[in-house]
Design a protein around this ligand. Structure first.
Ligand SMILES: CC(C)(COP(=O)(O)OP(=O)(O)OC[C@H]1O[C@@H](n2cnc3c(N)ncnc32)[C@H](O)[C@@H]1OP(=O)(O)O)[C@@H](O)C(=O)NCCC(=O)NCCS
Length: 173
């Protein structure tokens, strides 16, 4: 199992994952993928645009550069993680440095813990020594993932839409 930059060799598996999302809600990482996918001419163009996010390109207005990695097992797409290169006021209150999602059919198998574990050294490569990671208060699985990876709870924030969010800092070793 490893984190890789998005690649065309995962097209078939990624498309199967997208079908799983049709029946379930999407997280921020998944919605961003969907936005870029819908704006892309083909899968290679989509992958190029995903990768260009690290240079601050093809991002929504006001978004800072982020590096997207995919968690893969063999040729299978398992999940995605975004590492935001710096915090904005909004990210400081709500989104944090790292956002992740595991494909619906692979949840509850330990991949959530793994994707954050693998993302932390990648964040460190970007100069992030202490990562802010947040989750909705009702997202029990995500709170466990953060705590298992060394998250120290700071406080809660109430988002503009009324969602209560837990804020944690992880000191990256
Ligand atoms: C949150 C998410 C990434 C967790 O991924 P996952 O692969 O299911 O997580 P894991 O299998 O590694 O489980 C992590 C922990 O949560 C627990 N857990 C998993 N699903 C759970 C559930 N539905 N309710 C309660 N606990 C749960 C596991 O038992 C595990 O606990 P442990 O480490 O003490 O054993 C996944 O549910 C997901 O992609 N959700 C949609 C997107 C999202 O919410 N992203 C996070 C935004 S902050």
């Amino acid at each position: 199992m490893k984190l890789v930059l998005p690649g065309v060799e995962y097209e078939q598996s990624f498309r199967e994952y997208q079908k799983e999302l049709l029946v379930l809600g999407r997280s921020a990482t998944e919605m961003d993928s969907e936005r870029l996918f819908n704006e892309s001419a083909d899968f290679a163009d989509f992958v190029m645009k995903l990768r260009a996010g690290a240079e601050g390109r093809f991002l929504p207005e006001g978004h800072v550069p982020h590096t997207r990695y995919w968690l893969v097992e063999g040729g299978k797409f398992i999940g995605g993680v975004d590492i935001r290169h710096r915090l904005t006021d909004h990210l400081l209150k709500s989104g944090g440095h790292i956002g992740y999602a595991i494909r619906p059919s692979e949840r509850g198998k330990g991949y959530g813990n793994k994707i954050l574990e693998l993302a932390l050294p990648k964040a460190k490569e970007l100069g992030i020594m202490s990562a802010l990671v947040t989750c909705r208060k009702d997202n029990v699985a995500s709170a466990k993932v953060i705590e298992k990876n060394g998250g120290v709870f700071e406080d809660t924030n109430i988002d503009a839409d009324g969602v209560v969010r837990l804020r944690y800092w992880i000191t990256i070793k």
